[in-house]
Design a protein around this ligand. Structure first.
Ligand code: HEM
Length: 427
């Protein structure tokens, strides 16, 4: 079997996944952390496992190890930062309640209204390197764009956003970022958000009368403010998020929406640079304003080489069968989205990048009740970032040997460390 989880694997995991899909589609594997987990690699099994209520998201079902934090499951530093109760760690009925509340604030309408700001961000970042004729697209474009976007959406004041850029850089070990651990960055972000929520809550209480009046006039009070204010105001049958829940929610939106989007833009642009014919199709569509093709293209880039290799942890609450394999109570199950999305039983010619692919029910955003809450924002950012780059820098080309590019392969996420490009410099 080809090696799993070493640096060669991070550069191209697909041969190993093809082997697993064919020979051992549900296989118990030792992860780099020492934890043993079942890897699920076929599309049909993956889709079923993602939606199976017997597979819990709560790490307490991982027996002793999960409960005491020795199994290295979840977000680094989440215990000390008081972050255990977030959407990706809980099951119904708590999950249903929290997801319903956050969905009231994080609406597709709010995301759509944010489109001009994302375009402005993309243009501003390109302006900062356009006259140089070369850039590192990860460091200067894919990395800052999502962090500024989500900070803006949450309502983090612009003057504080550089701190978030630093903390986010620490979390993914960006070159030039201070060393000092993911845990510390997580704690600082969480602490900042808790304080911001506290302040906004007090402001909102003062403005309550005005908000009530706006609601009475038929205005959408949740749309009028930022997302944090929306989270504080959201209510369901009179229930609100507690301050602690709102802080954990704001953090998980940042955490789940940051590195994923960095890698959607980075992996996506890299795939386009390696497939000139496909890139020409997209460039033409962008020039003609064909938004349908652009949307389909970003879905295909996500299927072809998406940022999330493995969905987050699931634990068997009782014995069950996945793909004919018996999984015992307490055992962890990892659904390998990247393998499922290249399954020839589901996709025609799965290893080919086809931006005009019609049948494309990929699992890049997951499936079932934990389906990505931020998918509308991710789509907006991915489409805007790629279209703006192709429009502004039409002769963009890779300026490094692909063999020399290094990939960051955590367990869950996969993306490039650098993406050096060159292009005709703007005057
Ligand atoms: C959940 C992928 C961007 C917020 C998920 C899941 C996947 C995913 C696969 C399900 C995990 C599981 O079932 O274990 C992605 C990808 C993105 C992206 C590929 C970018 C290309 C975002 C953004 C946000 C976000 C921008 C928010 C700002 C969330 C949240 C969940 C989630 C809150 C948990 C939902 C729940 O448990 O109910 N995402 N995501 N994601 N995502 Fe995303």
């Amino acid at each position: 079997m080809p090696p799993l989880f070493d640096w060669r694997f991070a550069a191209d995991p697909y041969p190993a996944y093809a082997w697993l899909r064919e020979h051992a589609p549900v296989r118990k594997t030792q992860l780099p952390s020492g934890v043993e987990a079942w890897l699920v690699t076929r599309y049909a099994d993956a889709r079923q496992a993602l939606a199976d209520p017997r597979l819990s998201k709560n790490p307490h079902h991982h027996g002793e190890r999960g409960a005491h934090g020795k199994g290295k499951v979840g977000i680094p530093g989440e215990r000390s930062a008081n972050l255990m109760t977030h959407l990706l760690n809980i099951d119904p009925p708590d999950h249903t309640r929290l997801r319903r509340l956050v969905s009231k604030a994080f609406t597709p309408r709010r995301v759509a209204a944010f489109a001009p700001r994302v375009r402005e961000l993309a243009d501003g970042l390109i302006d900062s390197f356009a006259t140089r004729g070369e850039a590192d697209l990860i460091h200067e474009y894919a990395f800052p764009l999502p962090i500024y976007a989500i900070c803006d959406m949450l309502g983090v004041p612009r003057e504080d956003q550089e701190d978030f850029r630093t903390w986010a850089g620490m979390m993914i070990h960006q070159p030039g970022s201070p060393r000092g651990g993911v845990g510390r960055a997580v704690k600082r972000m969480r602490g900042y958000l808790a304080e911001l929520i506290h302040r906004k809550r007090a402001e909102l209480a003062r403005a309550d009368g005005r908000a009530e009046a706006a609601r009475a006039e038929g205005g959408d009070a949740l749309l009028s403010g930022d997302l944090i204010s929306g989270l504080i105001r959201a209510s369901d049958h009179g229930e609100h998020l507690t301050e602690n829940e709102a802080a954990a929610m704001a953090f998980i939106l940042l955490f789940a929406g940051f590195e994923t989007t960095v890698n959607l833009i980075g992996n996506g642009m890299y795939a386009l640079l390696r497939h000139p014919g496909q890139r020409a199709v997209l460039q033409q569509a962008v020039a003609e304003g064909d938004e349908g093709l652009l949307a389909g293209a970003v879905e295909e880039l996500l299927r072809y080489d998406g940022p999330v290799e493995l969905a987050t942890w699931r634990f068997a609450t009782r014995e069950l069968t996945v793909g004919g394999q018996r999984v015992r109570e307490g055992e962890p199950v990892l659904v390998v989205l990247a393998a499922a999305d290249r399954d020839p039983a589901k996709f025609t010619d799965p290893d080919a990048l086809d931006l005009t692919r019609q049948e494309n029910q990929h699992l890049g955003y997951g499936h079932g009740i934990h389906y990505c809450l931020g998918a509308p924002l991710a789509r907006l950012e991915g489409q805007t970032a790629l279209a703006t780059l192709l429009h502004r820098l039409p002769d963009l080309r890779l300026s490094a040997d692909p063999e020399e590019l290094r990939w960051r392969g955590g367990l869950i996420m996969r993306g490039l460390r650098r993406l050096p490009v060159e292009f005709t410099a703007a005057d």
